[in-house]
Design a protein around this ligand. Structure first.
Ligand code: NAD
Length: 295
């Protein structure tokens, strides 16, 4: 499968398509709003521009999209001039945009009814990684045909991870981003407090890199306790709540509003009203599952 069609050659799509071209694939692209700069970059590497999706699908066996939103992906896959209307039965569609998992699953199902295989394969990391071909790529879809697309994904990413059935790539991407986006604010609040409290920032970062703050609970505290079904203290939730209140109190005196800390305070307060009071702080994993009716 050496002929690739690419839809959406913007900030990420252009360098990703460029890396496919550098690996000696034939590539044509469709993007009605492409910048002159990106167009030139792709032409210089031998790409061909197509003026419709119908045209793009004539020769190509694999179609990749890298678009802003779920409705864009739905438009190019299920809309009027779209992938679903093409007669090429061998078509494999790989959507690499970041979209809602339920949208990936819906589009996959619709295309599958027309014998078109689809994979959701959103990417992690930065534009610089798209340029270097070192993206993290999280793939969901039919495992049986996965080997057909793996080589192409390897042109764009250094870590290509098969995550499971349709929608699993999109799901993994959103979950990963949830954690990094929320912890971004906790990090910003923490370092603001460090600066305002007159603590040397480098010292604080070095120090916190050896604790759960910097190493992360998934890597440090959970494997040692709750993952082993051991939630005896340890560090009791009651004491964690006390320390959280100390931090919020100290920050208020320094004129810093710990918005995320105050949000989390309510969860700890609710947990310590019951049996979690004297349990290890990693038992909060069980508490969160309990209030969400999970086993
Ligand atoms: P972008 O806006 O730079 O590029 C999107 C491209 O799609 C544009 O060139 C646009 O003209 C084209 N396009 C829009 N609608 C189209 C349509 N109907 N048909 C054909 N082409 C169409 O966006 P981007 O930064 O490349 O992001 C693309 C996706 O990658 C998004 O889902 C984003 O969340 C995800 N992502 C971005 C980054 C990043 O750092 N930029 C990192 C990881 C993931």
């Amino acid at each position: 499968m050496k002929d690739i069609g690419f839809i959406g050659v913007g900030t990420m799509g252009c360098p990703m398509a460029s890396n496919i071209l550098r690996n000696n694939y034939n590539l044509s692209f469709y993007d009605p709003y492409v910048s002159e700069e990106n167009k030139k970059k792709l032409f210089d590497l031998g790409a061909i521009e197509k003026s419709s999706i119908a045209d793009l699908c004539i020769k190509n066996e694999i179609i990749i999209s890298m678009l802003p939103n779920g409705n864009d992906v739905e438009e190019i896959s299920l809309g009027k001039d779209s992938i679903i209307n093409q007669s090429n039965k061998e078509l494999i569609f790989i959507d690499m945009s970041t979209i809602l998992p339920s949208d990936s699953i819906y589009i996959n199902k619709k295309l599958n009814e027309k014998n078109i295989e689809m994979y959701d394969a959103p990417v992690g990391r930065l534009v610089s990684n798209a340029i270097d071909g070192t993206l993290l790529i999280m793939v969901g879809g039919n495992k049986n045909n996965y080997s057909k697309i793996e080589k192409i994904l390897n042109c764009m990413g250094s870590d290509v991870i098969y995550c499971g059935k349709a929608g699993s790539g999109s799901t993994m991407k959103i979950i990963n981003n949830y954690m990094s986006i929320v912890s971004n604010i906790v990090t910003a609040e923490t370092l603001s407090l460090v600066d305002k409290s007159g603590i040397n920032r480098e010292l604080a970062i070095k120090l916190m890199s050896s604790t759960a703050a910097g190493k992360g609970h998934m890597n440090l505290t959970y494997p040692a306790k709750v993952f082993k079904n051991d939630v005896g203290p340890g560090f009791k939730n009651l004491l964690a709540l006390k320390d959280l209140k100390l931090a919020i109190n100290h920050a208020e005196k320094e004129g810093i509003d710990l918005v995320s800390g105050k949000g989390v305070l309510k969860t700890y307060e609710a947990a310590v009203e019951g049996k979690y009071k004297d349990l290890d702080w990693t038992a909060m994993f069980n508490y969160i599952k309990e209030i969400n009716n999970l086993d």
